[in-house]
Ligand binder design. Structure first.
Ligand SMILES: Cc1ncc(C[n+]2csc(CCOP(=O)(O)OP(=O)(O)O)c2C)c(N)n1
Length: 642
């Protein structure tokens, strides 16, 4: 890209050192180029857009002022770090973002020394930054600065407060930048959001701010005495602070701002000044999500992660609601829950900040008083559901499988021990594709099946999903978990009348004589594809969709295990302790001598790629299943018992 005429400045930035050579007006031109570059690439190679556009100036200012990679910048979630990646040596490979073997969509230390901490889940940056700052103290790296950049949405997560609480008392050198764009993916929920709006609009705070900035303007010139002057100002405005009772000040942070996060030159001056102030401090930056791309500013939720779009018109090109193609699982969940809630008034819907992502939006629009977006707060979502349930409501608590990892104790302690009727709908179960390692929902079958009282269901398609959701609300079942994947189902006509599915009852999809394949969830569709492709091979297979990992359909399993010597299990989840392991346990406990080959996700972290590419990589796409069948046949195991 050297000397690219479209990007005359950006094409010369190979590391933050190059950035530091630019003059003020060039830095501003660079911010325009960086924005254009992100829009250009993300329009054809989809990823997160709005968040990165919103922090273009902040990104340039941070790398201009701080000495990265020695100084550490920790991006919360990391979906806003495209500019950071491009400025830190990954410009020419940015087109591989989120693709198989390409760069990750999130900061990843293994990818670059500029990625100070691996992220993907929200609200971790303050705790991580504090750890890094304290470690630097131990290592006597006195000049290292540590910066956490956290959004107002991520500040709704409890972990952020645990970090603030600890950091405030630690006196560690730590700068938290609150990137406040007044939205998460959907409009931000909760009282913190209101607090941030209030503090931004507050007159006395603006006066306080003016005092601080006047002093800071002075600080640039006085350098080493900065601490003394800040102390003075603090004393002078203490009464204002106390009256205002600033949340961050009360946690022993020095609060600065709010500042305009798009005024690059001012931002640079502010950061240079803050560099001289020791201890924990927070800079409140106001930004616009999607800044500089009109459609992204106007429709911030859709442009959080828009898919392919026309970079000139802003039209999103991948239609998300065509009737001629199977529906997205998330929409099946959303529409089905509304249908059920309309006849069962105990049902309430809960999401931790994924109202659009999980399509709870459908119920929220129709029944707003029975639908709750609780912020990025998975632990709270679960315990809140438990509270609702103990009073006789029936919460459908929808949490992406990967984010449910956060709330494991709440599931056990607050729901399962009390055997409460909470239906956990785990969206994005299994390999999610391009979001990669931090977002795959690979562990839920394992961690849910080990909890007493928990029913663990994984429907194979969208009709089954509807029927299992219907079943879950028919009677008091105790905790009931239903997992389904990212992406689309297999039927174009799916809104069929509800049918109850007996809990723990699997189904036989095809009957054959050579071997049995047992599958759970949507991996069953890969088995069906394999069987279809194998027709010419004349291998005759029984395929069971087990539907439930717990309770297992023991009647069906006795039948299968007494009839077949060779069994293959297939799951879109980790093999260690998962569905296949449950089958092995059954075989062992019942003294069967079947040989079981388990296909699923191996014991390593899986990176990004399309779902199909990753199924293949893990060895359970249709072709891998066929290969496994052939291997078993070729090994000439006796195919049937006796
Ligand atoms: C624990 C967890 N829950 C949910 C998400 C999904 N998620 C990704 S970005 C995001 C919104 C973050 O909002 P904010 O911090 O304000 O950043 P913005 O996108 O507005 O820049 C959410 C909910 C996540 N990454 N981690």
């Amino acid at each position: 890209m050297e000397n690219d005429t479209n990007y005359p400045l950006l094409s010369k930035i190979n590391s933050p050192d190059d950035l530091k050579k630019l003059k003020s007006d060039e830095l501003i031109s660079l911010s325009h180029e960086l924005r254009e570059f992100i829009i250009d690439i993300v329009s054809s190679n989809p990823g997160h857009l709005g968040a990165s556009l919103g922090v273009v100036e902040l990104t340039i200012a941070l790398h201009y002022v701080f000495n990265t990679p020695c100084d550490k910048i920790i991006w919360d979630v990391g979906h806003q770090a495209y500019g950071h990646k491009i400025l830190t040596g990954r410009r020419d490979i940015f087109y591989t973002n989120r693709k198989l073997h390409g760069i990750s969509g999130f900061p990843t230390p293994a990818e670059s020394e500029y990625d100070a901490f691996g992220v993907g889940h929200a609200s971790t940056s303050i705790s991580a930054a504090l750890g890094i700052a304290i470690a630097s103290k131990f290592k006597k790296e006195k000049n290292r600065h540590v910066v956490s950049v956290i959004g107002d949405g991520s500040l709704t997560g409890g972990l952020a407060y645990e970090g603030l609480n600890n950091a405030g008392s630690s006196k560690a050198n730590l700068l938290v930048i609150l990137n406040d764009n007044n939205i998460a993916i959907d409009p931000n929920a909760g009282a913190i959001n209101k607090y941030l709006v209030d503090i931004t609009a507050s007159e006395s705070y603006n006066r306080f701010k003016a005092d601080i900035w006047n002093a800071l303007g002075y600080l640039s010139k006085i350098g080493p005495n900065a601490q003394k002057y800040v102390q003075k100002i603090e004393n002078a405005v203490k009464s204002v602070i106390l009256k205002q009772s600033n949340l961050f000040e009360s946690l022993d942070f020095r609060y600065f701002g709010p500042v305009d996060g798009h005024d690059l030159i001012h931002l640079i001056h502010v950061l240079q000044d803050l560099k001289q102030i020791p201890g924990p401090k927070l800079l409140h930056c106001i930004t616009t999500k999607g800044k500089g791309f009109k459609q992204a500013e106007l429709n911030q939720t859709a442009f959080h992660s828009p898919g392919v779009f026309n970079k000139l018109t802003g039209e999103i090109l991948e239609s998300k609601s065509e009737s001629s193609i199977p529906p997205r699982y998330q929409d099946v969940f959303g529409e089905t829950l509304l249908e059920l809630a309309q006849t069962n008034e105990k049902i309430v819907g809960i999401t931790p900040a994924m109202t659009s992502g999980c399509s709870l939006r459908i119920m929220m629009n129709a029944l707003p008083e029975r639908t709750f977006d609780v912020g990025i707060a998975e632990q709270h979502a679960v315990t809140f559901s438990a509270g609702l349930a103990i009073q006789g409501m029936l919460p459908f608590c929808n949490i992406y499988s990967t984010f449910m990892q956060r709330a494991y104790d709440q599931v056990i302690h607050d729901v399962a021990i009390q055997n409460l009727n909470v239906v956990f709908c785990l969206d994005r179960g299994g390999l999610v594709g391009d979001d990669g390692v931090t977002h795959h929902g690979n562990f839920d079958l394992v961690f849910m099946r080990s909890i007493p009282n928990m029913i663990v269901a994984a429907p194979m398609d969208e009709i089954e999903l509807r029927n299992i959701m219907y079943t879950a609300q028919l009677k008091e079942n105790g905790p009931f978990s239903i997992r389904y994947p990212k992406g689309r189902g297999v039927h174009t006509v799916w809104k069929k009348p509800f049918q109850e599915i007996p809990v723990g009852k699997g189904r036989i999809l095809s009957e054959g004589t050579d071997m049995a394949i047992l599958s759970i969830g949507t991996a069953g569709n890969l088995v069906q594809e394999a069987i279809h492709k194998m027709k010419s091979l004349k291998i005759s297979i029984t395929h069971c969709d087990m539907r439930f990992v717990k309770p297992l359909d023991e009647v069906l399993l006795h039948k299968i295990c007494s009839h077949f010597r060779n069994i293959i299990t297939v799951e879109d989840g980790v093999l260690q302790g998962g569905f296949g392991s449950a089958i092995l346990e059954f075989i062992d406990e019942n003294d069967y001598s079947c040989k079981v080959k388990r296909l699923g996700i191996p014991d390593r972290f899986i990176e990004h790629g399309t779902q199909q590419e990753l199924y293949k990589q893990c060895g359970f796409d249709a072709d891998s299943i066929i290969n496994q069948v052939k291997i078993l046949v070729e090994k000439r195991y006796p195919l049937k018992v006796s």
